[in-house]
Every structure is written in structure tokens, then in C-alpha cells.
Design a protein around this ligand. Sequence first.
Ligand code: NAP
Length: 235
Amino acid sequence: MILILGGTTEADKLASTLTDDFIVSLAGVTNTAPSRSYRTRIGGFGGVDGLQKYIRSQNITALVDATHPFAAQISQNAHQAATATNIPYLRLERPKWTPQENWITVATLAEAADKLPANARAFLTIGSQHLTPFAGRKDVWFLTRSIEPAPACLEGIEILQRPPFTLEAEKSLMQLHKITHLVSKNAGGAQTCAKLDAALMLGIPTIMVSRPILPLADTVKTIEDAANWIRLKGE
Ligand code: NAP
């Protein structure tokens, strides 16, 4: 059986195209996940050891890591567990967004928080679980957008929305809230990229957090290539 680590649109689409014997693992972070037509398991494995035990007990023969590019912990664990159990590992990783002239690129969320000037009105699009580095910026007003409610640690407004977002809607939102800075992780993908063009068109700087460095591994960029890899492993 193939284990697919999910939590992304790509993992969902990949699973929806497969006829092989597989299971999709989800962290269980969101409470509002859409219903799925394929087999899933929910929740952490208990670190690398737990994942190794799962691989052995479920007779997993290959592992596809289709998690979000910023989900670095599970990707490291998965690579390590696949190596230790001697099963093939593939990462399905969507391409990064191409830098634009209004980008200020930083390595971490803490650095992004430091880059915001006093009295900025920042639009945070980094997920509900990663707001803590901004909590010290009492001199900044925040518009936060996420799928799940965030712990209330910032001064400003929270909106709960699931992508995709359109260019017109992103422009209107930024204008409505008089946004001066957009903060984003370089997640890549088409579902959430309209905000980047909206910020560029409105002359708003984008503070872009670079991707974490993951272990070197076989990597594909498309769902089709991942599906082909799975088919080859199943033969
Ligand atoms: P993370 O920091 O890399 O992982 C933290 C822990 O959550 C892992 O050690 C693992 O627990 C568990 N976990 C994560 N993904 C899992 C999966 N697919 N199946 C089972 N357990 C999983 O991950 P994260 O950044 O919190 O992201 C959690 C999930 O949300 C991921 O599946 C990711 O694809 C999705 N997601 C993340 C982001 C983001 O910006 N980080 C954005 C969109 C979606 P154990 O050690 O106990 O196994």
C-alpha cells in the first residue's frame, strides 16, 4: 500500500485520480475539511519512530510526501522514516512563486515581523498557527486571513476564508482595509497567488518568507508525474 502525506490541494487531486492501493494521511489541523472519496487516516504518527512503526505495520511499500512546502517537520520525518524502512520516497512539491519587483524576501516569520514599519497596516496570509512572531508588534494593525480561527494575539481583524481568491476580491479587500504591507509565505500554486498581483498593482510591498530547506529527495512538480511514479512503484 502507498502512503500519501496530504493536507494540500495537490494531495487531494492526486488521490482523486488514483486507482492504486493507497491511503492519505492528514494532520487533522482543520475542523472544516471537505468530505473525501478516498481512504484517509487522521492525526500525527508520533514522530519518526511512530511513522516507521506505521509503515511496517501497514505494509507501506512507498511514500509520497505531498504536504505543504512549509510543513518542514513532517517532510523531514517522512524522509527519515522512508530511508530507515528502505521504501521509496517521493516529494510532490508545487513550484515557488516568481519574485516580483515589490517583494522583500526574508528567511523567517520573525524576520518578516521585524521588517514591518511602525504604524503599518499588514495583511497576514500565513495560516492561523503561525502568528506568534507578530504578537510583539503592538504598533502594527493586522488583517489576518486563515481557514481556522487563530489565537487572539494581534490587534486588528480576522477573516476566515478558504481559497481560491480572485484578483478583484483581493484588491478590494486590501483597499477596504487600507493595507500597506502584504506578508506571505512562498507557498506557490494558483489558488492563493492573486494577492501577489493585487499588491503589485496597488503599490503595496510584499514581505515574502522563503521556503524552509528540506532533505534532498526525488521530487516532482506535477500531480501527473506523481501519479506516474506511483503506478511504476505498484507494478
Ligand atoms: P509540520 O510542522 O511539518 O508537522 C507537525 C506535526 O504534525 C508532524 O510532526 C506530524 O506529527 C503532524 N503532521 C503533519 N502533517 C501530517 C500529515 N499529513 N499526516 C499526519 N501527521 C502530520 O506541519 P504543519 O506546518 O503544522 O502542517 C500540518 C498539515 O497542514 C500538513 O499536513 C500540511 O500539508 C498542511 N498545511 C500546512 C501549511 C503550512 O503553511 N505549514 C499550509 C497548508 C496546509 P507527528 O510527529 O506526531 O507524526
